[in-house]
Design a binder for this molecule. Structure first.
Ligand code: NDP
Ligand code: 2IT
Length: 448
């Protein structure tokens, strides 16, 4: 889809030429620039002063070798990345992803999205992202530890509590954060809030584990209420069975919904009686097993190979919580035909642009990732605050902050959409509201 603005379309062309073969990054930039057309028309100063050109160019990209030894003594070499995209409103903040599909384009798309998401939280955090093409699946704890120690032995030079504060993402959970934090502490001889998602014994925040999934449901709850809809009594399909999916399932169920399906990258389970979340937690969080093992304990449920088939299951609300571009136009069409009335993105960019267009055209309520999944990073920022204060809030206090942040975020995105002539379009609203704060900070600094 062409951007209906000469300068921004030319800028998009430059982004594609300067970042060849990075389709996910192009996709993320195109969506944001398309939303910003009415903004630069109202305020051409953002183009004139170079804000738009700076926005699409990371402040810094760090790329490094990560050698490590497996349990048999074989040497492996992976690649590590950290994209420090934008620090206009605070230290770089964003997760680390360990997955074989990670390359520079994935980290750039995630880092770019993070700028606007972090701004939307209302908290002082810039945008960054990192990761590696290392695959933690099937590795022993000792192998994961050696990998994390090697990764941090390079990364520690570039991060710090006031510079860049990484966290988890796909393949990086509490185990990995523990190894990474331990190595940072050892190398710097400093105990400081340099990572978030830490264990409770060493500076982690209560409710950070739950925050992305809970926040997704708080955001969706606001969106549903505005349309006189509700989770109560709704049938919900959630893709993924990792951190975001599990806690989205927990909160959607607490709101009265029945979650009937979850997945991993191999396939999905359909449990018409409602997912047994305690079983999913045991399988995925404790035993690190596959979602297909769920049906051993629940014979009433069915397992199907292939993850995209999950969108064939009729539902009222769909929450894609696995990975980018997991829900395409054909799946969107099926969901719409089956009567789905709301889609909220827990994963980053899980719906293709064609799927988003199909939902919006059909009048399906649509909550974009950078708004709907911002609860995780918002709670990371609350962890940073607690670390700075050397103080811990209760679960209830953190959860109450999270709820307020997600409610405010929904209303800000909604208001920005209406102000710029796109009422109800939360994609445009989130992009615009997230952009404005960052852009005004960049303007204030002059050309830097
Ligand atoms: P986890 O590693 O805990 O879980 C990822 C889940 O997604 C697993 O079920 C995994 O299945 C599945 N998955 C991963 N890759 C693919 C793939 N290529 N195709 C199908 N399924 C896949 O990660 P999170 O739950 O933390 O992250 C999920 C999404 O949410 C990501 O997009 C992430 O960027 C986003 N996110 C995460 C936040 C957080 O706080 N953790 C915050 C905001 C967004 P399998 O086990 O088979 O790989
Ligand atoms: O995509 C995301 O927002 C995250 N993976 C969480 C980042 C964070 O710093 O908590």
């Amino acid at each position: 889809m062409e951007i209906q603005h000469g300068y921004l379309e030319d800028l998009m062309g430059r982004v594609i030429r300067r970042n060849p073969a990075e389709p996910e990054f192009h996709q993320a930039v195109r969506e944001v620039l398309s939303s910003l057309v009415p903004v630069v028309e109202a305020k051409p100063v953002y183009i004139k002063e170079g804000v738009m050109d700076c926005l699409v160019e990371p402040e810094r990209i760090i790329k490094f070798r990560v050698p490590w030894e497996d349990d048999q003594g074989n040497v492996h070499v992976n690649r590590g990345f950290r994209v420090q995209f934008n620090s206009a409103i605070g230290p770089y903040k964003g997760g680390l992803r360990f997955h074989p599909s990670v390359y520079e384009g994935i980290v750039k798309f995630l880092g770019f999205e993070q700028i606007f998401k972090n701004s939307l939280t209302g908290l002082p955090i810039g945008g960054g992202k990192g990761g590696s093409d290392f695959d933690p699946k099937g590795k022993s704890d000792a192998e994961v530890m050696r990998f994390c120690q090697s990764f941090m032995t390079e990364l520690f030079k570039y991060i710090g509590p006031d510079t860049d504060v990484p966290a988890g993402d796909i393949g990086v959970g509490s185990r990995e954060i523990g190894y990474l934090f331990g190595q940072y502490k050892r190398l710097r001889n400093e105990f400081t809030g340099v990572l978030t998602g830490k264990g409770l014994a060493y500076g982690g925040s209560l409710a950070r584990t739950e925050a992305t999934g809970y926040g997704l449901c708080y955001f969706t709850d606001n969106m549903l209420r505005d349309a006189s809809r509700s989770f109560d009594g709704a049938t919900v399909v959630i893709s993924g069975s990792g951190n975001v999916a599990i806690y989205a399932c927990e909160k959607a169920s607490a709101f009265g919904a029945k979650v009937v399906a979850m997945s991993d990258s191999s396939g999905f389970i359909h449990d018409p009686d409602g997912i047994d979340l305690a079983l999913v937690k045991r399988l995925k969080e404790v035993e690190r097993r596959r979602i297909r093992d769920y049906v051993e304990a629940r014979p009433s449920a069915r397992y199907h190979e292939g993850c995209a088939g999950i969108w064939q299951i009729p539902c009222d609300i769909a929450l894609p919580c696995a990975t980018q571009n997991e829900l395409d136009a054909a799946s969107a069409k099926t969901l719409i035909q089956n009567g789905c009335f709301a889609v909220a993105e827990g994963a980053n960019m899980p719906c293709t642009p064609e799927a988003v267009e199909a939902f919006q055209t059909a009048g399906v309520l649509f909550a974009p990732a950078k708004a709907a999944n911002a609860g995780g990073v918002a709670t990371s920022a609350l962890e940073m605050s607690q670390n700075s204060m050397r103080f811990s809030w209760t679960f209830e206090e953190v959860d109450a902050h999270l709820k307020t942040i997600m409610t405010d975020l929904y209303h800000n995105a909604s208001a920005a959409a209406a102000e710029y002539g796109k009422p109800g379009d939360l994609v445009a609203g989130a992009n615009i509201a997230g952009f404005l704060k960052v852009a005004d900070a960049m303007l204030a600094y002059g050309l830097v």
